[in-house]
Write a protein that binds this ligand. Structure first.
Ligand SMILES: NC(=O)c1ccc[n+]([C@@H]2O[C@H](COP(=O)([O-])OP(=O)(O)OC[C@H]3O[C@@H](n4cnc5c(N)ncnc54)[C@H](O)[C@@H]3O)[C@@H](O)[C@H]2O)c1
Ligand SMILES: Nc1nc(=O)c(N)c(NC[C@H](O)[C@H](O)[C@H](O)COP(=O)(O)O)[nH]1
Length: 271
């Protein structure tokens, strides 16, 4: 693993208002809210693509913004990806940013959205498992369709050592989880902040849910790195179902990449 670069100091104030508060309290009721603070973050090309072909890991971020991603990881309880990203990237999903103020590196909990449990035996040889076994990260929580439990014997083996969350798919709408169910369950597992890193299907599903569900925005912050590259028509595009306008928009320009931070609506009812 290549070492990270020092964090650009201007990123700290730039990101601050888009990162989870230390304690998440609902300003109307004064009570802790049930849903975690959700940050959606990814790196895209100038033509809105996150990889050069389906299932192909593609470096878009400069080392400077990769370091930023690990800094953002250090501010969240959980990091969530879809099974497609696990299969394509074999990610470590740990936090490698070490704050000079902290003695230890932050341990972030990986969460994998995997309705049909494709993880299966692939977990055995994964970097994710190795990272957790070496004490450099935490073992994942896998979110699986409730119906799959009795159909896939590999789940029982996995369950002996790992946490699985069972959720019913929304069978009315192309067999997807309802995101509110997923985040509510993660909140119950005391994960108060979740950083969603992708991939394409997860990003599109969350952005589309934001466009169709105006009052119940689940995403508190959007942090997108834009790299100076066109990935072309065979690249994997991310785009919500409908028009989506952003508010509280701020831009940062680094050595090579730019980063845009925003919220999805003016009145975040949970902040
Ligand atoms: N540039 C970046 O920042 C970035 C970040 C992450 C991944 N990637 C790239 O993205 C690609 C992977 O994207 P992808 O779309 O194939 O995989 P993905 O990680 O989005 O996972 C897709 C799977 O997640 C599940 N899923 C997604 N939304 C769901 C929902 N609402 N309910 C239930 N299940 C749901 C389904 O099983 C689906 O097949 C890879 O090439 C990877 O390198 C890029
Ligand atoms: N910020 C960012 N810039 C990129 O250019 C790129 N390809 C990703 N991709 C995100 C995806 O989730 C990867 O799988 C993890 O970034 C790998 O995670 P590790 O470093 O192994 O923990 N993310």
């Amino acid at each position: 693993m290549a070492p990270l670069s020092p964090l650009a100091p201007t990123l700290i104030p730039f990101l601050d208002r888009y990162l989870p508060p230390t304690t998440k309290v609902n300003s109307e009721t004064g009570l802790n809210t049930k849903l975690p603070f959700v940050t959606l973050t990814y790196a895209q090309s100038l033509d809105s693509r996150i990889s050069k072909a389906p299932g192909v890991q593609t470096v878009i971020s400069h080392l400077e913004t990769k370091t930023m991603t690990h800094y953002i990881r250090s501010k969240h309880d959980a990091i969530l990806i879809g099974i497609g990203t696990f299969l394509a990237d074999d990610p470590g999903l740990n936090c490698r940013f070490q704050s000079p103020m902290e003695q230890k590196v932050h341990l972030i909990r990986p969460v994998i959205i995997d309705p049909t449990f494709q993880l299966g035996a692939k977990y055995e040889t994964s970097r994710l498992r190795k990272t957790a076994e070496e004490g450099l990260g935490l073992p994942p929580i896998v979110v699986v369709d409730s119906l799959v439990l009795n159909q896939n014997p590999q789940i029982n083996t996995f369950c002996q050592k790992h946490r699985i969350i069972l959720i019913d798919l929304d069978r009315n709408s192309e067999a997807r989880f309802v995101w509110e169910d997923v985040f509510a369950e993660l909140g119950r597992q005391t994960l108060n902040s979740v950083m969603v890193e992708g991939g394409a299907s997860i990003i599109e599903s969350l952005l589309s849910c934001a466009t169709s569900n105006e009052d119940t925005h689940l995403i508190n912050s959007l942090i997108i790195t834009i790299g100076p590259v066109f990935l072309g028509k065979s690249g994997v595009e991310v785009s919500p179902m409908n028009e989506l306008r952003l508010s509280e928009v701020n831009w940062w320009k680094g050595i090579r990449d730019s980063v845009v931070c925003a919220r999805l609506n003016k009145q975040d009812h949970r902040s």
